[in-house]
Design a binder for this molecule. Structure first.
Ligand code: HPA
Ligand code: ZN
Length: 338
């Protein structure tokens, strides 16, 4: 079955570093990894919470040094994403995770941007770049990096907020988002992954975000669900990530079907696919194994992703037409014309 065409809106490019590439880049850059071999590294992909993942995620970034390293990582994601049905990707990068290690901002931004510049011709995927800031670092640090990005005219469409959530509420970053809005950037933020529903409210009211990354904890707050449904705020949900980081106990109890029933504007995304057991197509396949999702619901999820993307209306129409085409190929026999 041809993969469902969709936009991927919640993807950390550093979370696409596969163990094989980690070892290859380490060898190229003369970096000693604290793992015996690829198997040893893979066996550490057992997480108890967000922080246990972040520790490994940041450690593995040590292999990213040159502009070419960032380009190779990004191209490798784009190749895999194309096979997963991704037709448009809005990719987050964590500049502070590199500058804090002494890697120049240019290596990171120019390296990723070089791969994105040819993503349409090479992979048929349109792309945008989002600079995500680390909420467990001071807001002044984030502001300084944002000013550097603006000064170098980095090809970013927006900003995001990620890393350890609990204890680092959106309100602490109001000044960063004010600056981003003033600079004409789109704004997204992780909220309600491990943190409470109130962090989602703060992201909406204090950061004025265009989308919420994750947002699953909204289900604890009935009034918030009603508001998100009424305002059709996009929520970029990452089912396999939520299972692997223990934000939910099992996929079977994941709130996605209930979120759809409540009319929330949810899409499916892979977050850190190299770490969480799969790319966009794997997330869709596992959802289909677990839930009785109809073709109509799958199509709704893909359409939501395209409607929530930061793209031109022309590109939006193209992608919605591709989804319609997929639906006509996959409609159940009873629904197809005879
Ligand atoms: N949550 C928060 N921060 C992150 C994640 C995540 O899933 N992945 C990379 N940084
Ligand atoms: Zn994320």
């Amino acid at each position: 079955m041809r993969p469902l065409p969709a936009a991927e809106l919640h993807l950390h490019i550093e979370g696409t570093l596969e163990p094989e590439l980690i070892f290859a880049l380490a060898a190229r850059n003369g970096i000693d990894l604290p793992y015996a071999d690829i198997g040893d590294l893979r066996r550490r992909y057992e997480f108890t919470d967000l922080q246990s993942f972040l520790n490994l995620y940041y450690n593995n970034m040590a292999v990213l040094q040159t502009e070419a390293d960032f380009t190779e990582m990004t191209r490798s994601y784009l190749g895999r994403a194309a096979a997963a049905g991704v037709r448009h990707a809005e990719i987050m990068v964590d500049p502070q995770a590199h500058t804090s290690r002494g890697v120049p901002l240019e290596n990171c931004i120019n390296g990723v941007a070089a791969a994105l510049a040819s993503s349409e011709t090479e992979f048929g995927i349109s792309t945008e770049l989002i600079a995500a800031f680390l909420r467990d670092e001071p807001v002044d640090d984030a502001l300084a990096v944002l000013e550097s990005l603006l000064a170098m005219e980095a090809p970013i469409i927006g900003i995001g907020l990620d890393s350890a959530e609990v204890g680092h509420p959106p309100r602490d970053f109001a000044a960063l988002y004010e600056r981003a809005h003033e600079a004409g950037l789109k704004c997204v933020a992780h909220a309600g992954e491990e943190g409470p529903a109130d962090y989602i409210r703060q992201a909406l009211d204090l950061l004025q975000v265009d989308r919420v990354d994750h947002g699953i904890r909204c289900m604890d707050d009935e009034a918030l669900v009603e508001r998100l449904a009424a305002e059709q705020t996009p929520l970029t949900v990452c089912p396999l990530s939520n299972v692997r980081l223990r934000a939910v106990d099992t996929l079977a109890v994941h709130p996605l079907p209930r979120m759809l029933e409540r009319g929330l504007n949810v899409s499916i995304n892979s977050d850190d696919p190299a770490y969480f057991g799969g790319y966009l197509d794997d997330n869709v396949a596992r959802l289909l194994e677990t839930f009785d999702l109809s073709t109509t619901q799958l199509v709704r999820l893909a359409e939501n992703s395209v409607r929530a993307a930061f793209i031109s209306n022309e590109r939006r129409r193209e992608l919605l037409a591709e989804i319609q085409q997929w639906q006509s190929e996959h409609a159940p026999a009873a629904e197809s014309p005879t």
